[in-house]
Design a protein around this ligand. Structure first.
Ligand SMILES: [Zn+2]
Length: 476
């Protein structure tokens, strides 16, 4: 490997607190009528005074603890000054000099990606253009609903070594956010936004390119794609001996490339200065401890517990703990069935086939006791596995109990031994060569005989009985 990418991320996470960061307006503004969740504070009217939300601090502290950060007792807000129509105050309240937390890490497949800092700040509003792009638009509108929604900004060290690793980092972060319940982490809805910076090291010549910042990526996949594109672009410039410009580039979805937005040389000077309207926020160690004690079980802990407690493979446990709702439902089912392995199999092969998102678990019609009942029907030989799968689908769709479905449909397993024996005898008569081969040691042919009976009965024969009788007839 001659070239190696060096990647760092800057992530904005919308905290789903009840109120905005510094006023009592609702913070849940997604898809609201424009300018309906605003007040003099979040729109920056003269004389209006901001008061920091306690819940914003609690969420920030939980997040910082989950990312193994040093949490600071003394924090303070600053003003980041710039003009944009979606920022009525002309400045953003953020924590520049005294951030909430520093020096953490997120563990990814055994590797630690260091976190430089996490700070709290407020979101800006939104511009809506009358046309797809601002250049084609005849007019633009300002929606200030998002002004003042609390954000946690997470800045990583440049420890990420591939575009794929950047995507994995974001996926893991989103999982943690959802476990903590502090954000939906939904990138498509803007609840998680990510800018990346990338430089490339030419290991042969021991030179490192300038840093390029990449913006406008609104999905995990696009973060990976944009960084892959940038890695290739910078690499070929280095190969040609060209100077890689220090600049900001935007991911362009239509061309699947990045486009230069502005050169970094003319970087903005935001003239940060202390926010005079908000006194320093001091939270004691004890108070921080109390908040951190409320921390729920995190993804890695749950994964390890599932593997141990339920003797599951890493693969199974990873899927089952991918979301809290899925994991909770699994545990409730195992409590009923007392059979983790079988329950896991049914989750992985059937249940997850019919669910598309973790929210589906809020309204599931299938209940833990249905799993228990279904397993019992199989063990008692009342239904075959194949039929159980059909019944499962119906329970999932209707919420009817498995035995009721068996009764209604008149599904009955053929367990009549005389009938099974007759069928087997006929099959063996027609396949004398296979009977001979079985007796000479080709035991695998058992599957053939059983399979034929199942085929003739359309899967309704009691597989256990068919096995027993076939063995008897073959003299085993
Ligand atoms: Zn407000």
């Amino acid at each position: 490997m001659r070239f190696k990418p060096v990647i760092g991320l800057e992530i904005h996470v919308q905290l789903n607190t009840e109120t905005k960061a510094f006023c009592s307006c609702s913070a849940d503004v997604f898809e609201l009528e424009p300018n309906t969740a605003i007040c003099p504070v979040c729109t920056g009217q003269p004389g209006a005074l901001p008061v920091p939300s306690k819940q914003m601090y609690e969420f920030g502290i939980l997040l910082a603890a989950a990312l193994n950060c040093k949490i600071h007792e003394y924090t303070k807000f600053d003003r980041k000054n710039y003009f944009y129509p979606d920022l009525p105050k002309g400045y953003q309240i953020t924590q520049y000099f005294y951030p909430l937390a520093t020096e953490g890490f997120l563990e990814l497949d055994g590797k630690k990606i260091r976190i430089n800092r996490i700070h709290l700040e407020e979101d800006a509003g939104k511009l809506i253009h009358s046309s797809e792009t601002i250049t084609q638009a005849e007019s633009s509108f300002v929606d200030m609903n998002r002004c003042g929604v609390p954000l946690a900004e997470i800045v990583t060290e440049p420890d990420i070594e591939s575009p794929e690793e950047a995507k994995k980092f974001l996926e893991k972060l989103r999982q943690i956010l959802r476990y903590l319940g502090v954000s939906t982490g939904d990138m498509e809805k803007g609840a998680l936004r990510c800018d990346a910076n990338i430089s490339v090291i030419d290991l042969e010549n021991n030179v490192q390119s300038n840093k390029v910042e990449v913006k406008n990526m609104n999905s995990f996949k696009f973060v990976e794609k944009a960084l892959e594109y940038e890695f290739e672009r910078i690499k070929s410039q280095l190969k040609r001996g060209e100077n890689v410009l220090k600049e900001t580039r935007g991911w362009d979805l239509s061309t699947k490339t990045t486009i230069s937005m502005r050169s970094k040389e003319e970087a903005n000077d935001y003239r940060y200065f202390p926010e005079p309207d908000i006194p320093p926020v001091v939270i004691s160690r004890e108070e921080i401890k109390k908040i951190v004690e409320k921390m729920p079980e995190l993804p890695d802990e749950k994964l390890n517990r599932f593997k141990k407690k339920y003797t599951l493979t890493d693969y199974e446990a990873k899927i089952l703990t991918s979301s809290v709702k899925l994991a909770d439902f699994f545990e409730r089912c195992v409590f009923e069935t007392k059979n983790p392995k079988e329950t896991s199999n049914w989750f992985l092969t059937e249940l997850l086939k019919y669910t598309s998102s973790e929210d589906d678990f809020d309204t599931l019609k299938i209940k833990p006791h249905h799993f228990k009942e279904l397993f019992e029907l199989i063990v008692d030989g009342k239904i075959t596995r194949n039929i159980a799968k059909e019944i499962f689908k119906e329970v999932f769709e209707t919420g009817k109990s498995p035995s009721k479905i068996v009764e209604e449909k008149g599904i009955e397993v053929i367990g009549d031994e005389t009938l099974i024996e007759e069928m087997l005898k006929k099959i063996m008569d027609e396949n004398k060569d296979k009977v001979e081969a079985y007796k000479n040691g080709k035991k695998g042919l058992m599957g053939f005989f059983v399979g034929q009976v199942m085929k003739q009965t359309k899967g309704k024969a009691d597989a256990r009985k068919v096995n027993e009788i076939a063995k008897k007839l073959l003299g085993d």
